[in-house]
Design a protein around this ligand. Structure first.
Ligand code: PLP
Length: 388
């Protein structure tokens, strides 16, 4: 089909040309005396994205899933208890990983559409007077449901309970696009990946750990090898890596960080809010509902629920085959019940309007009772009135 495929899934996201070009490099010796000039500033500048001064950043040639594993296996001992709220496919998968790795995973189910219940968390931690819970695993932005949880609130609940558990946060679809403050929120391990807000291909797991977490790495008895933070620390301190780095990912990251920091993180967050808000206005104008309940709406992805007599898969199939546009599917419990519009990464008002127009055409083609142009008109109004 002529024209490029319009990628509106919540990762991988559109890669800016500047990043693509920056990745187009010949290979080089990663043990050369000049390699640290690339790696060391990357690890420093990542701290600005995670908003940490006291923590330490790491880059693994891997994806977000590996980041979950790094956090668990470098700080906890086999059989340790961790607490997680399950409210979407990604919090589900992190909980499952914990079980598969032999941790004692305490799972609390939350209706899909809501995020971490802070009162429940505080009460549960108060009850755990023996401090058997060693870590709280918090999914900041549940990509499956388009739900954002309040991580500052999680920290407050942990403090109110006087509980010393580690706080690990999955920020794969939030960090570099939704407000994230590692130090202020007392996050001990923050996990992200290259293919969403960082606007790069998959292949880089970007992580940050607090000094509290890094102290535990010394004594942690969980067996690990490829994902060992100690090996990273021992080599990163001189500007090197324990094994062959994914060079194009590092060069892409250099450019992506330059772009993000040049725009300014507060502006990046505000842009994502506007992209999301225009999308939500369109969804409301179509008379449809988001999976996210009020107060939990994500600024990087909107999961749109379809009426019971419809199948969201047909909307996605039409969008792809007829309009060369990719939307995200409903995952697990939302299969067929929702489609997802990604509004994360290298996007602006006009690219978002393209997405909304494409969804609208696919909805009309599938017999949805909507007024042609209604979603686009609502978004246009919003974008025009809020553009600077
Ligand atoms: N966590 C969240 C919130 C995600 O959205 C994803 C992937 O989409 C992951 C974790 C897993 O990351 P990856 O696919 O990079 O391993």
């Amino acid at each position: 089909m002529a024209g490029r495929n319009h990628l509106y899934i919540p990762g991988p996201t559109n890669v800016p040309n500047e990043v693509l070009n920056a990745m187009h490099v010949t290979m080089e010796d990663h043990r050369s005396p000049v390699f640290p000039k690339l790696l060391t500033p990357l690890l420093q500048d990542l701290k600005k994205i995670f908003k940490t001064e006291t923590g330490q950043c790491f880059i693994f040639p891997a994806t977000g899933t590996a980041g979950w594993e790094v956090a668990l296996t470098n700080t906890l001992n086999p059989g340790d208890k961790v607490l997680i709220y399950r409210f979407g496919q990604f919090s589900h998968l992190w909980a499952e990983m914990g079980k598969r790795l032999g941790f004692d995973v305490e799972i609390h189910q939350v209706a899909w559409g809501k995020g971490i219940p802070l009162d429940h968390l505080e009460a549960r931690l108060k009850e755990d007077s023996q401090h058997t819970i060693k870590a709280v695993l918090a999914t900041h932005n549940e990509t499956a449901t388009g739900v954002t949880s309040d991580i500052g609130g999680v920290r407050k609940a942990m403090d109110a309970a006087g509980h010393p558990a580690l706080l690990f946060v999955d920020g794969v679809s939030s960090i570099a696009s939704i407000d994230f403050r590692m130090d202020e929120w007392g996050v001990d391990g923050a996990i992200s990946g290259s293919q969403k807000g960082f606007m790069m291909p998959a292949g880089g797991a970007f992580l940050a750990f607090s000094q509290k977490a890094l102290k535990l790495v010394e004594t942690c008895t969980y067996p690990r090898c490829f994902l060992d933070l100690k090996d990273q620390m021992n080599t990163n301190k001189d500007g090197y890596t324990p094994y062959t780095p994914a060079l194009p990912i590092l060069y892409g990251l250099r450019k992506a960080l330059d772009l993000l920091l040049e725009e300014g993180m507060e502006n990046v967050y505000a842009r994502h809010y506007r992209l999301a808000e225009g999308t939500r206005k369109a969804v409301a104008a179509w008379g449809l509902k988001t999976c996210a309940q009020p107060g939990f709406e994500s600024n990087t992805v909107t999961a749109v629920m379809v009426p019971e007599d419809k199948d969201a898969r047909t909307v996605i199939a039409t969008a792809f085959s007829k309009y060369n546009m990719s939307l995200g599917g409903g995952l697990s419990e939302l299969l067929g019940k929702a489609f997802r519009i990604g509004h994360v990464g290298d996007m602006n008002d006009v690219s978002m309007l393209g997405a909304i127009a494409g969804v609208e055409m696919a909805l009309l083609d599938n017999g949805f009772d909507i007024k042609p142009g209604s979603g686009v008109a609502a978004a246009i109004e919003y974008y025009r009135s809020t553009a600077k």
